[in-house]
Design a protein around this ligand. Structure first.
Ligand code: ATP
Length: 117
């Protein structure tokens, strides 16, 4: 049966996770970028589909950054000393964020540039 208390407890933990991710420098710079994109979208005038794409990209960027932070925490816990596998894990997670950030920048340019030029 659906356990309402358990659901709310998990929800509270997830909110705590979002709050602790917000302490991260990277998360804050994504927050600033997201706000700039939303303001630019408001003044440029986007279609419903363009807004959907922007919202999906912003949400995925935050989610990926949070997964990256979670991986960093687990690596620090599992390998407090220097280890090549720890380096690989952190670098690959950071690489995943970079890949999506580049794709997001291209998507942003494809949406905004034709309207500005
Ligand atoms: N235990 C480790 N063993 C080997 N290399 C590591 C280890 N920890 C970190 N590194 C290397 O140092 C880099 C920076 O690590 P750091 O822990 O400062 O991560 P970060 O990406 O700056 O995250 P944050 O500062 O948000 O914790 C990593 O990307 C990795 O290349």
């Amino acid at each position: 049966m659906f356990d309402m208390r358990k659901f709310f407890r998990s929800f509270t933990f997830a909110i705590t996770g979002v709050r602790s991710a917000m302490q991260e420098q990277n998360f804050r710079s994504h927050l600033l970028s997201a706000m700039i994109v939303i303001i630019a979208g408001y003044f440029t005038g986007l279609s419903r589909v363009e807004w959907l794409i922007i919202i999906i990209v912003i949400a995925l960027m935050f989610a990926l950054e949070m997964v990256n932070t979670a991986i960093e925490r687990v690596v620090d816990l599992a390998s407090p000393t220097i280890h090549p596998l720890a380096k690989q894990a952190k670098d690959i997670a950071a690489g995943a964020v970079l890949v999506f950030a580049l794709a997001s920048a291209i998507i942003g340019l494809l949406i905004f540039l034709p309207k500005w030029l």
